[in-house]
Write a protein that binds this ligand. Structure first.
Ligand code: ZN
Length: 210
C-alpha cells in the first residue's frame, strides 16, 4: 500500500501514459483516458457463474498486456476497483473468499508476480473478504494455451491445479479471479478442482473475455 501511495504521488507529478493507448493522456476512469474508456465494450454475461468486465479488445487488451508483460503493476489497482464496482452493482454474486488463478511457480518466478493475485488481493481489501494466495496451486508447468485449439486447451489444463489446504475452501463459495477468459478451459478446470476439494460454489470473474 505504501508503494502504491508513492506511485500515486509520482503519477500526480509525472503522469504515466494511458495504458490503453500509450499516449500521454489524463486518466478519467480506472486506468483509461477519455478516448479509451468509450472504446471499452462490456462483456455480456455468459452464465450465472462466469463474468467478465469487458471484451478483450482495443484498450482493454493493451492494458492487460502492459500489466503482464510490461510489468506495470500499478494497473492492478484500477482493475481491482473496476471489479469492485462491478460486484457492488451485481449483489447477486455472493462469495466467501477470493482466489486467483495460479501461475506455475517457474512462470511466476520469471514474471516476478502473478497479475491475477495482485488484482485479487486488492479486491479482497475493497470487498472486505479474504483473498488467499496459496490455497490453489499449479503443479504442472503446461505449455501456453495461446496456440492451441479448444480440444487441445482442455487436455492441456487437465489436472494442472491442486488444492493445498482443503479446509479453507470446504463448503465455501469461491470467487476466482483471472485476467482473460478465452475458451473456458482454465475456468472449467479450476472450478472442477475447487469443487472436488469441497467448495460449494465457484464463480469466475475475469477482467476480459476473448
Ligand atoms: Zn488512452
Amino acid at each position: 500500500m505504501k508503494i502504491q501511495l508513492i506511485h500515486d504521488i509520482i503519477d500526480l507529478i509525472f503522469p504515466e501514459n494511458c495504458p490503453g493507448c500509450n499516449r500521454y493522456e489524463v486518466k478519467v476512469k480506472y486506468c483509461f483516458c477519455r478516448s479509451c474508456i468509450i472504446q471499452v465494450i462490456p462483456a455480456p454475461n455468459q452464465d450465472e457463474n462466469i463474468y467478465s468486465l469487458a471484451m478483450y479488445e482495443g484498450p482493454v487488451k493493451n492494458v492487460l498486456q502492459h500489466l503482464k508483460y510490461g510489468k506495470r503493476k500499478w494497473i492492478s489497482r484500477p482493475l481491482a476497483e473496476w471489479m469492485n464496482d462491478f460486484l457492488n452493482q451485481h449483489r447477486e454474486i455472493e462469495f466467501d473468499l477470493i482466489i486467483p488463478v495460479p501461475l506455475h511457480p517457474l512462470r511466476e518466478f520469471r514474471r516476478s508476480f502473478n497479475q491475477s493475485w495482485l488484482i485479487a488481493h486488492l479486491l479482497g481489501k475493497l470487498q472486505r473478504k479474504p483473498a488467499i494466495y496459496d490455497c490453489l496451486v499449479k503443479v504442472k508447468n503446461n505449455r501456453s494455451q495461446t496456440d492451441l485449439n479448444n480440444v487441445e486447451r482442455k487436455e492441456n489444463v487437465r489436472n494442472v491445479y491442486k488444492v493445498m489446504r482443503d479446509f479453507l475452501i470446504k463448503d465455501k463459495k469461491i470467487l476466482v479471479i483471472d485476467d482473460v477468459y478465452t475458451t473456458g478451459a482454465t475456468a472449467n478446470e479450476v472450478s472442477r478442482t475447487l469443487k472436488n476439494a469441497g467448495a460449494s460454489k465457484v464463480i469466475i470473474l475475469t477482467v476480459a473475455r476473448a
